[in-house]
Design a protein around this ligand. Structure first.
Ligand SMILES: N[C@@H](CCC(=O)N[C@@H](CS)C(=O)NCC(=O)O)C(=O)O
Length: 359
């Protein structure tokens, strides 16, 4: 297993989209003294029903490239499952450990993605733009016939899966971004993004005490508010699952495994907040959520790639995962997880999470 150096690790899993370059477009280095900044996605073409950007929705044409450790990519994994897009939008899963050329297909036979025929996701970025100066990030959607990267716009990809790919949704797919609730969903997601999804990264990659403490307080202030909101309602907005739940889940499910220790968000654990712990377990046990989560990939990525904050490369043995499958009792709050729809079936056999990654 190779480990990347600080200069190349770029997790930017959030910090910056610098990837191998080691600095974002504002000149902030990942581990330098300047404050943590998240770059905007660079490739923002959209795949739409009308094909306005030149990329029409089409079954079998595109490949979703993810890493199962990445919270931003995990949103797309969950949406694809809930909407039943597995057959229409194929999936490539990268190794949780990048090397100096970033995300690689070393989990596949001969180290090559079997559909795209490439060893590194970077090859799809380079095919799209020669000399692209930014980082190589997941999630990414690649056009299979040409091998070109279409988009790495993680904020948009899932909204488009929910609203533009409807012709290819499974029967019974939920409406994850219902028109009538969009303002409220957007408002909730805005706070979740700033203080929770990105807040943990601001804390984890802070290089100044005051920045770290500000981020730490943002994280827990928002988590306390969300806990209060979810005390008497099963889901964040309305009475069904929406995009807002997907976005909160991807951070909460990683919380005790990586953000509490590695990112020093350690006022309390998820398991110590009865409401949020039950909410996250409820989602984890809902088909389409937990069956995308690989705790082994999550831990190995964070603890082995961020050598700046875990220089020994010791992989923690915990936490104990057995609680994830315990009853959550959130059905008592009512709610209709899939609205008028139905849950998805099991994941394709090729996408099942290996035993090392689950409780
Ligand atoms: N940084 C991306 C968001 C998605 C992201 O940060 N993904 C991380 C993984 S969680 C990534 O691929 N980082 C690049 C790297 O680690 O080389 C963007 O701003 O568009």
């Amino acid at each position: 297993m190779s480990r990347t150096t600080d200069a190349h690790a770029g997790d930017p899993a959030g910090d910056t989209a610098e990837g191998a370059a080691g600095a974002d477009h504002q000149g902030n280095t990942q581990y330098g003294r300047k404050s943590f900044k998240r770059s905007a996605g660079h490739f923002t073409d959209r795949i739409t029903a009308d094909g306005a950007d030149g990329w029409p929705v089409e079954a079998g044409r595109y490949r979703l490239v993810v890493n199962r450790a990445c919270p931003w990519a995990s949103r797309a994994l969950i949406s694809r499952r809930l909407l039943g897009l597995e057959a229409a939008l194929s999936l490539a899963v990268t190794d949780p450990i990048q090397d100096d050329r970033s995300w690689r297909f070393t989990l596949d036979p001969d180290g090559k993605d079997p559909v795209l025929g490439i060893r590194y996701l970077k090859q799809a970025y380079d095919a799209r733009e020669t000399g692209y100066p930014g980082g190589v990030s997941v999630p990414a959607v690649v056009d299979v016939p040409t091998g070109l990267l279409v988009t790495n716009d993680y904020q948009r990809i899932t909204l488009d899966l929910a609203t533009e790919w409807t012709a290819l949704h499974r029967e019974g797919a939920p409406d994850l971004y219902p028109h009538a609730l969009r303002d409220e969903i957007d408002e909730v997601m805005d706070g979740v993004f700033r203080d929770v999804n990105n807040g943990v990264y601001r804390a984890g990659f802070a290089t100044r005490q005051d920045e770290y403490e500000a981020a730490y307080h943002d994280v827990f202030r928002r988590l306390d508010q969300l806990s209060e909101r979810l005390a008497d309602r099963r889901y964040l907005v309305g009475d069904t699952l929406t995009e807002a739940d997907i976005r909160l889940f991807t951070t909460l499910v990683r919380f005790d495994a990586v953000y509490h220790g590695h990112f020093k968000c350690n006022r309390s654990k998820l398991t110590e907040d009865p409401v949020l712990w039950a909410y996250t377990r409820d989602l984890y046990q809902t088909p389409g959520f937990g069956d995308t989560v690989d705790f082994d990939h999550i831990k190995r990525h964070y603890y082995l790639v961020h050598t700046g904050i875990n220089p020994t490369g010791i992989l923690p043995a915990g936490p104990d995962l057995s609680g994830w499958l315990t009853p959550h009792h959130r059905e008592q709050l009512g709610g209709r997880p899939f609205g008028d729809g139905t849950p998805p079936g099991p994941p394709p056999a090729t996408e099942e999470i290996p035993p090392a990654g689950r409780p």
